[in-house]
Design a protein around this ligand. Structure first.
Ligand SMILES: Cc1ncc(COP(=O)(O)O)c(C=O)c1O
Ligand SMILES: N[C@@H](CCOP(=O)(O)O)C(=O)O
Length: 465
């Protein structure tokens, strides 16, 4: 398997190199040079297999010969043994044709654990063999950071710096990062938005001297291994509902577009996906892009679903690259121009291609809160605000009654106790296995949204840990 950059200026590389590289040196994102796929009979054979076994098969398609199958299988076994539910990502029926895919049974109660628990092991595996220690920088709107800290803390071959937007994530999300006492973890509260944090990370990757100096890597969904690992649960859910003989529609609460793009990847691998609805909160750049063909940045608004308060969705570039028939010159032009102007008019043919599979839906704050309450009243389920955005958007899915609609439940309600209690009148209960972090001391730096300041901090951290 080889990986090429969406901007076409970086040399093709293998899976492990793409994983460690994070962002391509030309500023693009790595994608497979050719799409692997499963035969229908292979997908049917996933029925009855464990989550780790399906993950080994699906992720294995992207790994190629870079890791022996037994080693990958062992990493998957170990990664998914950290989940509190035997099904790892159980599917719950809410109504005749409505399902919730619970992705929050990992150690930090959000879907990010699914990929991150595997990434921590992948990095260990390869860095140990290369006798190398890397510096990971990760931008977070709340959940990626906690999952990454949990997956990498205490690991010998990697140090991690998590950048989060000051005051714009929940206290529970913050504490999953800032209470870690391991020497290889640093957290930085950035005086800005998640988009600022992500821009700082991307700029850092494009500074060759810095990148080489600290041996930089990234575990945001720019990293192909994140996408590969997140495509697995679309298989387990769809197969449980009758795929490959039956199509399934997915509704994905969306911010950085990694998870919805992973659904597209599952489709490329051969899964019969009827449609993918990108459900946004009022930060609706993606919903507008799919509905109108114009990808136009707005100001970031703080919402009850803070992990989706994002206006620049990294993985949209990967989809655009496909939509323009893998024209790297056009992708480079479009995303450089977008970085300057905040505007990208999707060519009509590319937009029409996107709409064959994708729909966008934006959900207001009032509807999000109302959906938390109505879900509790109608089904007895307490859902978090991100999941509520997905459930509200699912009302608009246009599918035949024979097509099940699966909404991704991306976080446990206990991560957002204030928003949930305000909506339903009672606080959500934290799962028993989750440690109480509320009394632990927190440790983090505070820095302006300034790339130079962050790089200086990271350089010192890398030199001293
Ligand atoms: C709880 C939750 N839901 C949804 C999302 C959106 O996922 P994505 O960024 O992959 O679109 C995020 C963050 O990314 C999240 O933390
Ligand atoms: N919502 C995310 C933002 C980063 O997304 P990623 O999937 O690119 O890591 C978060 O919770 O941090």
């Amino acid at each position: 398997m080889r990986y090429v950059s969406t901007r076409g200026q970086s040399a093709p590389i293998g899976f492990l190199d793409a994983v460690l590289a994070g962002l391509a040196p030309d500023g693009g994102l790595y994608v497979p040079s050719e799409w692997p796929s499963f035969r229908s009979s292979e997908i049917a054979a996933f029925a009855g297999k464990s989550y780790a076994e399906v993950a080994t098969a699906v992720v294995g398609k992207f790994v190629g010969d870079d890791i022996p199958k037994e080693d990958l299988a062992q990493m998957c076994e170990e990664a998914y043994a950290t989940f509190a539910h035997t099904a790892v990502v159980p599917l719950k029926q809410l109504g005749p044709n409505r399902f919730l895919l619970e992705l929050f049974h990992g150690p930090t109660l959000a879907f990010k654990d699914v990929a991150m628990q595997l990434l921590g092991r992948l990095y260990d595996y390869v860095l140990e063999r290369q006798s190398r220690k890397m510096t990971i920088i990760c931008a977070t709107s709340g959940d990626t950071g906690g999952a990454a800290v949990e997956a990498f803390r205490g690991r010998k071959n990697a140090r991690i710096v998590a950048l989060f937007p000051e005051g714009r994530i929940s206290a529970v999300q913050r504490r999953f990062m800032t209470t870690a006492t391991d020497a290889n973890v640093a957290c930085v509260s950035i005086l800005g938005s998640f988009d600022d944090c992500q821009a700082i990370v991307k700029q850092a990757f494009q500074d060759d001297q810095f990148r080489h100096g600290v041996d930089l890597s990234g575990v945001n969904s720019i990293n192909w291994a994140r996408i590969a690992a997140q495509s697995v649960y679309y298989f387990t859910a769809a197969v449980a509902l009758g795929a490959p003989a039956r199509e399934v529609a997915f509704v994905v609460p969306t911010g950085n577009f990694g998870d919805a793009y992973a659904a597209y990847v599952a489709k490329k691998l051969g899964l019969p996906i009827h449609s993918i609805t990108a459900a946004t909160n009022s930060n609706d750049i993606l919903a507008r892009a799919f509905e109108t063909g114009r990808y136009a940045r707005g100001a970031v608004a703080a919402t009850q679903s803070p992990a989706m308060d994002i206006q620049v969705a990294s993985n949209f570039e990967r989809l655009y690259f496909e939509a323009v028939r893998r024209d790297a010159v056009e992708t480079e032009r479009a995303f450089r121009a977008f970085a300057d102007t905040g505007l990208l008019d999707i060519p009509p043919a590319a937009h029409a291609w996107m709409r064959e599979l994708f729909r966008g839906a934006s959900v207001s704050e009032a509807d999000t809160a109302k959906t938390m309450l109505s879900t509790l009243n109608e089904t007895g389920e307490i859902v978090d605000p991100h999941t509520a955005v997905g459930l509200a958007a699912a009302r608009g899915v246009d599918a035949k009654p024979s097509v099940p609609v699966v909404v991704l439940s991306t976080a446990h309600p206990a991560k957002f106790p204030e928003a949930v209690e305000a909506a339903i009148g009672v606080p959500p209960v934290t799962p028993r296995a989750t440690p109480d972090l509320s009394k632990k001391p927190e440790k983090f730096e505070r820095l302006p949204a300034d790339g130079a300041a962050v790089k200086a901090f990271v350089r010192t951290f890398a030199a001293t840990t």
